[in-house]
Write a protein that binds this ligand. Sequence first.
Ligand code: GDP
Ligand code: MG
Length: 418
Amino acid sequence: MTVQDSLSSPVPVVRKRITGHVGFSNLPNQVRRKSIKDGFQLTAMVVGESGLGKSTLINTLFNLAICPPRESLHPAAERPKTVAIDNIHADIEENGVRLRLTVVDTPGFGDLVNNGSCWDPILKTIEDRYEAYLTQENSVKRKKIIDTRIHACIYFIQPSGHSLKQIDIEFMRRLHEKVNLIPVIAKADTMTEDEVADFKERIVSDLAFHGIRIFQAPIYDEEDEENIAETEAIARAIPFAVVGADPTKTFRASNGRLIRGRGYPWGIVDVDDPSHCDFILLRRMLVHSHMEALRERTADVLYETWRTQRMLELGVAQDHSVFDEVSPADRLREDRIMHEAKLAKMEATMKEIFREKVELQEQKLKQSEVELYARHTEMKEAMTKQWNQLMEKKKQLESGSSDVVSYSFYWVVHGLTV
Ligand SMILES: Nc1nc2c(ncn2[C@@H]2O[C@H](COP(=O)(O)OP(=O)(O)O)[C@@H](O)[C@H]2O)c(=O)[nH]1
Ligand SMILES: [Mg+2]
């Protein structure tokens, strides 16, 4: 029997529950011990206009002053010319588990004089990081690969209460297939509960209309009911309405409990209270329950799609015969990825065409509206002119007829006297 035969012929799988102790049920503990030894790593990016509370939220999330407060820009100061990319590293530990956290801040986003392409430096850093990973994967001598890929991008939406702005849509449209997008409504304490609910609804329908795919926490098979309920609650809360608090400032509640929040003359907004805001749900998704899912989607879907496209761009053709000998499953996987990448590209092209058509139609409508208005004004002016002329004529006629009367009166009088 050849290798080929052994791979293609179906192998019967025997499912048995072992009664005696063999030992492999300890595998999860081995993984746990190794993970604790190696530690974990998370790279999160924050994007949004300055002053929306990005640094404050990161500090609140990890309960540490990781991101320093930025000095506010004087109104008269010159606006930044480009979006900067700042990396902030922190090694944090909780109950013996170490986490290497990298926060990628993007000061200047939305603050430029022309925000036309302010997403370019952000897209570039995401792709440069994929490129760096690919280079390490392809190098002859591979030590431990340093992974700087971005696992999550928290996008801050201004709490305007209207709908998404053009810059929000343009940014998310360009990045949703490159990074796990997590949209949040910034400074949710500035809106009422009803306003937040309405705003969320509008954002969700805007995202659906523009075909923007945000990160959705997956529900795995055999998950218990509690986890499923939590994941569903997280999914319902997106986009999270968040409130950030200075981690060095706490308030004491009437029952003596220390509260992290924001103090107002009428009370305190408690960031850790789910009835005040969605901060807890965001933290659950990002850190507590779905950090691994974020990393997995980055590596297996987003990076893999980018990698396939990049390899094709570089002219690397797929040699299926190699995979025939190795594993048909791998070949299928490879084909699927290529097919998905092709579909994604086609979908993006179709969406772009659709968008352009809608824009063109809108422009045409606007143009005909302007023309209609101009015609209306012109007609109105012509009619006013005509009206004035008629009035003038009427006046002349009226005064003319009185002249005729007085003239004949003159001759009657003078004729008689002469
Ligand atoms: N009302 C309100 N203010 C906030 C919130 N988060 C941050 N701030 C304030 O907004 C200002 C800008 O915050 P910062 O985190 O530096 O914003 P960044 O420029 O986006 O990083 C600071 O004065 C914060 O105290 C929030 O959730 N609600
Ligand atoms: Mg900041």
